[in-house]
Design a binder for this molecule. Structure first.
Ligand code: PEP
Ligand code: MG
Length: 315
């Protein structure tokens, strides 16, 4: 019966009362793009671009990069594709732009910090994306990983504008950026919550450490409070805030996130149908009440349990 109900809902994501929540795919390469492009998704909310650079011995030319980007963009036609610029660091080192070993790679010169140290990396990537966007007519939006401050967001936005790309955004995955989102988002067009890193940095728990999975749980009320802070800055500045961490693919948590004010959810394509179904069963007001319920809980387990109990019994 549930499978039939799931199959009965298709198209753009929306709550029962018609509040839009875009359902997007996370992809990491050309094969993913071809597969996701054929699915019922509204576009891509996170295209991880590391695959193009991590195994290369030299920085690929702009034309080489553009060739790959064209192949990734084509399957989506006029649908949006949010591209995350290079997120390398001491844990994912580049042979051609290595800043050396670090004691704490997660807290080191990764993501946008590495690109600020080596601007040729980001400038060649943005030039290639601008070429691919022009040639495919795709709706490309670029965002930077590991942004902590408004100055960093402004630096990125200026590089994006210089490359001739129309829209810039930031990942909100550092608690500082979430708490100061009003200022960070004012510099760009949109934000996207990376709940994997946001949980890691909020809970001070290494995401590679399986023993710490309870602390890394995105249902941790502290993580939800930080997400709420990010969304408040989004509504103050009129900037849309989405989620592209794994948490977006949990149908119950998706309801909470929608209730907190996120306008898009990006996930593994196979998870989209269940999230679409969950949204279709609840009004925005009900999602807001579920968000309050989750944030009022004293533990991650209590939050999950309380939301399950209060959500529609059809889910
Ligand atoms: C995240 O941090 O939540 C995220 C989406 O990016 P990644 O998992 O690639 O760090
Ligand atoms: Mg991340």
């Amino acid at each position: 019966r549930r499978a039939a109900a799931l199959a009965g809902v298709s198209g753009p994501g929306a709550t029962r009362d018609g509040h839009a929540v875009a359902l997007l795919a996370n992809i990491g390469g050309v094969d993913d793009a071809v597969a996701a492009g054929a699915q019922d998704v509204e576009g891509v909310g996170l295209f991880r671009t590391e695959f193009l650079y991590l195994s290369a011995t030299a920085l690929p030319s702009v034309e080489e990069q553009a060739d790959v980007y064209r192949k990734v963009l084509e399957p989506f036609g006029s649908r949006r594709v949010v591209v995350r610029t290079l997120d390398a660091g001491a844990d994912k080192p580049l042979a051609f732009a290595n800043l050396g070993e670090e004691e704490n790679p997660a807290l080191g010169r990764r993501g946008l910090r590495l690109c600020q140290a080596k601007p040729e990396l980001i400038d060649s990537q943005l030039a290639a994306l601008a070429l691919a966007a022009r040639d495919t007519g795709a709706d490309v939006r670029v965002m930077a990983p590991m942004v902590a401050t408004a100055e960093e967001a402004a630096w990125f936005a200026s590089r994006v504008a210089a490359a001739g790309l129309p829209k810039s955004g930031v990942m909100i995955e550092v608690p500082a950026a979430a708490l100061r989102s009003r200022h960070v988002l004012a510099e760009v067009d949109f934000g996207s919550l990376g709940t994997n890193d946001l949980a890691q940095y909020t809970m001070a728990a290494d995401r590679m450490e399986g023993e710490l999975s309870d602390l890394l749980d995105p249902w941790q009320p502290a993580v939800l409070d930080v997400v709420a802070a990010a969304c408040a800055g989004g509504s103050e500045t009129g900037r849309p805030v989405g989620v592209c961490g794994e948490s977006a693919g949990d149908p119950f948590l998706a309801l909470v996130l929608a209730g907190l004010g996120v306008s898009s959810l990006s996930m593994a394509p196979k998870k989209v149908a269940a999230v679409r179904f969950a949204l279709s069963l609840h009004s925005l007001e009900e999602c807001r009440a579920l968000a309050d319920t989750a944030r009022a809980a004293r533990s991650a387990a209590d939050a999950r349990e309380a939301v399950r109990a209060a959500a529609s019994p059809e889910l």
